[in-house]
Design a protein around this ligand. Structure first.
Ligand code: SF4
Ligand code: SF4
Length: 130
């Protein structure tokens, strides 16, 4: 169950993972020999029951609604707010930001390490985490 949960928070969840978690939880509860084992899956079952939409957002939209899963975070530039000053691109440690001066800049998501340095740098608050 832990392996499935880790896969989900890394954005690698697949269709059927929720059902598999519930099935495993049932099996563990039914077959564990002690009370501790029987109740071990409860946190997963109760969070699926109360926050199933969040599990689905992670699996199907690769999105963390609570903004907690580091691997699902995305740093983006709002093209309507960006003035093309280039300050952020000079700050980025991995040269993930590019663009032409006075035009909206963009972030290469394959390079971005989500350090957040550019967010604090932008004088126009055009960069945000989603
Ligand atoms: S610092 Fe802000 S305004 Fe300047 S290029 Fe970057 S995102 Fe655009
Ligand atoms: S979050 Fe860090 S790595 Fe990503 S674009 Fe901004 S400065 Fe570059």
């Amino acid at each position: 169950m832990l392996a499935i949960l880790e896969k989900i928070v890394e954005g690698k969840g697949e269709d059927g993972d929720i059902e598999l978690l519930l099935e495993l939880a049932d099996t563990i509860s039914a077959t564990a020999l002690c009370g501790l084992g029987k109740t071990a899956p409860n946190p997963v079952v109760s969070t699926i029951r109360s926050f199933r939409d969040e599990y689905e957002a992670h699996i199907y939209e690769k999105r963390c609604p609570a903004g907690s899963c580091q691997k699902l975070k995305k740093i983006v530039i709002d093209e309507n707010l960006c003035k093309g000053c280039s300050k952020c691109s000079r700050t980025c440690p991995v040269t993930a930001i590019s663009g032409k001066v006075k035009e909206p800049f963009t972030i290469d998501q394959t390079k971005c390490i989500k350090c957040g340095a550019c967010i604090a740098t932008c004088p126009f608050h055009a960069i945000k985490e989603v």
